[in-house]
Write a protein that binds this ligand. Structure first.
Ligand code: SF4
Length: 166
């Protein structure tokens, strides 16, 4: 993919992230995840550890639409990040929105963050929910004609931010 078509793809993700019908479709998945998690009731036992990816042995994946949505929401909330922030996060092994034990991207965080709990009570539901959420996000890309890219969180953030699309 050349530079222009990559930029167009990212621009389309940002535009889609603002469309009411896309927002509603994503929020429906988030609500479905929240309801399933509420039923199991896992505790967040090691708050923030899973966002320290290398140390925790955890990998977060997200789609292009999810990444653009998170970037756009965080910008609107005054917590925008840069490519340099992402590079620093790669070097530290963390998420660029992690502040101590806290997530500063709660409203924008992707499905991968919403389904994951290290509490053993969630051991069965996490992979099942993750697989379902992944399929539903992919279906949203298809339904709204959005190019589908899915990859490691900071790699996808780098892709989205390096295109310089507002
Ligand atoms: S977006 Fe929030 S919950 Fe997700 S990895 Fe980053 S800090 Fe953790």
């Amino acid at each position: 993919m050349d530079d222009a078509s990559s930029r167009d793809m990212v621009r389309v993700w940002f535009d889609a992230a603002m469309r009411t019908e896309v927002v509603e479709a994503i929020e429906a998945i988030h609500e479905e995840i929240a309801e399933a998690i509420r039923r199991v009731g896992p505790l967040c036992l090691a708050s923030g550890q899973c966002c320290r990816f290398e140390r925790h042995g955890h990998r977060l994946y997200a789609s292009g639409l999810e990444v653009a949505r998170c970037v756009a929401i965080c910008r609107a909330d005054g917590r925008g990040i840069t490519v340099e922030d992402v590079q620093a996060a790669v070097e530290s092994g963390e998420c660029p929105w992690q502040d101590g034990r806290l997530c500063t991207a709660r409203r924008g965080r992707p499905t991968g963050c919403r389904v994951y709990f290290c509490d053993p009570r969630a051991a069965d539901i996490v992979p099942e929910l993750a697989e379902r959420a992944h399929a539903e996000i992919q279906a949203i890309h298809e339904r709204f004609g959005l190019a589908y890219r899915y990859g490691e969180w900071r790699s996808m953030l780098h892709l989205v931010l390096s295109e310089g699309v507002a």
